[in-house]
Design a protein around this ligand. Structure first.
Ligand SMILES: Cc1cc2nc3c(=O)[nH]c(=O)nc-3n(C[C@H](O)[C@H](O)[C@H](O)COP(=O)(O)O)c2cc1C
Length: 178
């Protein structure tokens, strides 16, 4: 029974890679830094390996999250399915952050734009169209995270379902009081 829950989480995370409207396609990534405390932002799930429990995102090399993670590699993810009322909280550690130039060059032009601004992300500008791009060199980084713990909560009558799964426990699973 508890392994069915874990299996469903993995299945839904895989489904989010294929279906653009899947609730788990976007998730909240939390990082922390000693100066700025905790930081939250929305990112796209780009890959998920259910065997290794590894999650991949793409980002701009110059973004704050990259700087945060290079100093403190621990992160948390929040996934929310508003239809089934399921929340997943994942505790993870960044295991690689690589400039994937070949991947950048294989992207369609509109996607390349997201990594090719001449202005560093977060730089003050006068208006949103006051931005220039240099498509020759992207600032494209692929980040892979290793999950260490996943907490599942489903609001459901008569009994809400809450469970945790830990890598250190071989993802065996344990129900928790909701
Ligand atoms: C729907 C949506 C999807 C986003 N996807 C990504 C993404 O996949 N990667 C990314 O770096 N930023 C993404 N962003 C932008 C981030 O939320 C964030 O604003 C940006 O990366 C700067 O974050 P940072 O300064 O904390 O690093 C997305 C924003 C929205 C609204």
């Amino acid at each position: 029974m508890i392994q069915d829950i874990f299996g469903d989480c993995k299945k839904q995370l895989r489904a989010a890679l294929k279906h653009k409207k899947h609730s788990f396609r976007f998730f909240t990534l939390a990082t922390s830094s000693s100066e700025r405390g905790t930081h939250l932002r929305t990112v796209v799930l780009r890959d998920f390996d259910p065997e290794q429990m590894q999650f991949t995102i793409f980002t701009d090399t110059r973004s704050k999250k990259v700087a945060d993670l290079n100093r403190i590699p621990n992160a948390q993810f929040l996934f929310y399915d508003g239809i089934r009322l399921i929340q997943l909280v994942v505790e993870a550690v960044m295991i690689s952050s690589t400039d994937e130039t070949y991947l950048y060059h294989s992207l369609p032009e509109p996607s390349k734009k997201d990594y090719a601004s001449e202005q560093t992300p977060g730089t003050p500008i006068d208006a949103s169209d006051q931005i220039s791009h240099d498509f020759s060199k992207g600032n494209f980084t692929k980040i892979v995270f290793q999950a260490e713990r996943l907490e599942y909560l489903r609001l459901k009558r008569p009994n809400h379902i809450r469970a945790e799964f830990r890598a250190s426990d071989h993802w065996k699973g344990q129900f928790l009081a909701p």
